[in-house]
Structures are given as structure tokens and as C-alpha cells.
Design a protein around this ligand. Structure first.
Ligand SMILES: C[S@@+](CC[C@H](N)C(=O)[O-])C[C@H]1O[C@@H](n2cnc3c(N)ncnc32)[C@H](O)[C@@H]1O
Length: 296
């Protein structure tokens, strides 16, 4: 289930080395991985791979676009956070924001976003885009950015009106139940929490865009995390699986009510692949699940 990246595009600042560099030969296994190991692996992995990720996918995401996943479901059309006109003045927390493209879209609708991510390098990309936009007169200020783990949110209770995440921290968090409780805590009553993840059914299939990705080889019910580890057995990439029912139970246990579960269909004419997300598989299997919930 490794997240798709391809060889690096030009870094925009001088390169920097991090622990785990040179782990291209990492072993992929299914084994337990706790919160500390998972967060450490995510921070380092995303710091190392942010340049490639933004180079490869930045154009698809759009510097101030809000897409929920590789199918290109656009918040402007989907309105999962509500009518765009209602976003003015809303305090919005974007979790696992990457370069904060969604936050920038929200700011363009008059909302007051805060972009949170565990990776400093991802947030540097956010700053890079902000600097370009300010210089071009497209924005007056940078999106406020916070480096933190989504399972331990550094905000007071009820600080936000809305929370969102497009493929952000949720699948990388070993304790996503705690993450849900944290989001519940920082939202005001009545606030929506909308997040997208890889559709859980994809965990039964090899993460390949071609025909080999159409035969179920793993159990959908196997909750052991996908772990890439170095030669010392240290995790360098971790992703956690929950079934659809698990996600619903985590939301409900945290105090949310599920309003909708959106499974975007692969659109006619979209030929662009994104790792294991391809037109071939997208026409047959859901690739993304978007959970739309409200804090009671
Ligand atoms: C697939 S990217 C999605 C980024 C952005 N939403 C987008 O659509 O490009 C996942 C992001 O989640 C962040 N992340 C992973 N684990 C996290 C955690 N525990 N807390 C906060 N952010 C996390 C990563 O650093 C990365 O930027």
C-alpha cells in the first residue's frame, strides 16, 4: 500500500539528509507498529519524499485546489464541508495538510484555515507556494501552518468550526481512534469532520495500477499495518488499515454522527494514473472513501 512517488523532481532548496535515506531497498511486511514508531516513520518518510510528492502531484492538486483524492472529486462541486458561500469566517483545521492546497482553497472562500502536518518539509512547500502567491498578488498572507502529530492536537477545546483531511494523517496514525477523539475535542458542537482515505477494500488487492491489481490476494480483514523497514528492522514507512466498519465505529465512539460515505467514481476521460489508482481499476473498484461526519 506504499504511497506512490516517482524519482525526484528538482528540489527548490538545498537538499538535506535524514535518517533512513537510502532505504529504497526497504522490506515490505505486515506487522504491528505502534504510535511512536508510526509517527517517527511518517515524519521522516514525508520529509524525505515531500519534494518528489509535490513535484509529481502538485499540478494535479493545484496550488489552491481542493480535491479529495486521485479521482479528482473537487470540493467546489462536492460541497462536503457545506455550501462554499457558508465558509466565510469559518475556522477550519486541515489535518495532514501537506503543502496546504486545500487550506488555500478554503482561504479563497473567506475561511480561516490552519494547516497541520507532521512533516516540516511538506510545510516548507506550503510556505513556498504562499511566497509565490503573495509575490504575485494572489494572496495577502501565508496559510498559518503548524507542525504536529494529528493524534495530539496542540489546540484548545472547541477552537474550530470545521475539520478536513484529504488523504492526510488518518491512515498513517496507529491510534486513529485517538485522532478522532482529538478532532472531536477541538471542534465546536455541530462542526463537520470530513476526511478521505484509500478505500478500505483496496487493502485486499495488490497496490498496482494494471491487471495484477485486480485479483484479491490479502484478507480485507487483516488489520496488521503495512510496514516498510530498513535492514535493522526499523519502520521507514507505515500505513494502517481499518475496515469500513472500523472507521464508522471509531467515529461514533469519538462522538461523531456519520452523515455520508462518499465513494467517488472514476470520471470519464481521466487517464492520469496515481500509483495504484488507474482508469482500469477505478472503473471496477472504489479507490477513495470520504467520511462525512458531524460532531454532536
Ligand atoms: C498523502 S499526503 C496528503 C497531503 C495533502 N492532504 C494532499 O492531498 O496532498 C499525507 C500527509 O499526511 C501527513 N501525516 C502523516 N502522518 C501524520 C500525522 N501523524 N500527523 C499529521 N500529519 C501526518 C504527511 O506528512 C503528509 O503530508
Amino acid at each position: 500500500m506504499t504511497h506512490p512517488t516517482t524519482p525526484a523532481k528538482k528540489p527548490f532548496e538545498e537538499d538535506f539528509a535524514l535518517p533512513g535515506d537510502g532505504d529504497d531497498d526497504a522490506d515490505a511486511v505486515r506487522r504491528p507498529a505502534g504510535p511512536g514508531e508510526s509517527s517517527r516513520a511518517s515524519r521522516h518518510w514525508w520529509d524525505r519524499n515531500a519534494d518528489e510528492y509535490q513535484g509529481d502531484h502538485g499540478a494535479f492538486l493545484g496550488d489552491d485546489g481542493f480535491v479529495w483524492g486521485p479521482e479528482g472529486l473537487d470540493e467546489a462541486d462536492a460541497r462536503l464541508l457545506g455550501d462554499p458561500a457558508s465558509l466565510t469566517g469559518r475556522r477550519v483545521l486541515e489535518i495532514g495538510a501537506g503543502a496546504a492546497q486545500c487550506s488555500r482553497w478554503l482561504a479563497g472562500r473567506g475561511a480561516l484555515p490552519v494547516a497541520l502536518d507532521i512533516s516540516f518539509r511538506q510545510l516548507q512547500h506550503s510556505r513556498r507556494i504562499d511566497a509565490d502567491h503573495i509575490a504575485a498578488g494572489r494572496a495577502a498572507a501565508a496559510v498559518p501552518a503548524v507542525q504536529a502529530d494529528a493524534a495530539v492536537l496542540p489546540f484548545a477545546d472547541g477552537s474550530f468550526d470545521l475539520a478536513c483531511s484529504a488523504y492526510g494523517a488518518v491512515p498513517f496514525s496507529a491510534d486513529s481512534g485517538r485522532l478522532m477523539r482529538e478532532v472531536h475535542r477541538v471542534l465546536r458542537p455541530g462542526g463537520r469532520w470530513v476526511f478521505s482515505v484509500t478505500h478500505p477494500i483496496r487493502w485486499a488487492f495488490p497496490d498496482e495500477p494494471g491487471p495484477e491489481g485486480l485479483t484479491a490476494l490479502s484478507s480485507y480483514f487483516d488489520r496488521r499495518p503495512y510496514v516498510e523497514q530498513d535492514e535493522q528492522g526499523r519502520a521507514v514507512y507505515v500505513e494502517h488499515h481499518r475496515t469500513v466498519g472500523d472507521r464508522v465505529r471509531e467515529l461514533v465512539a469519538a462522538g461523531f454522527r456519520l452523515l455520508d460515505l462518499v465513494e467517488p467514481e472514476w470520471p470519464e476521460g481521466l487517464e492520469q494514473e496515481w500509483g495504484g489508482w488507474s482508469p482500469l481499476r477505478g472503473r471496477l473498484l472504489p479507490g477513495t472513501a470520504v467520511f462525512v461526519s458531524v460532531r454532536d
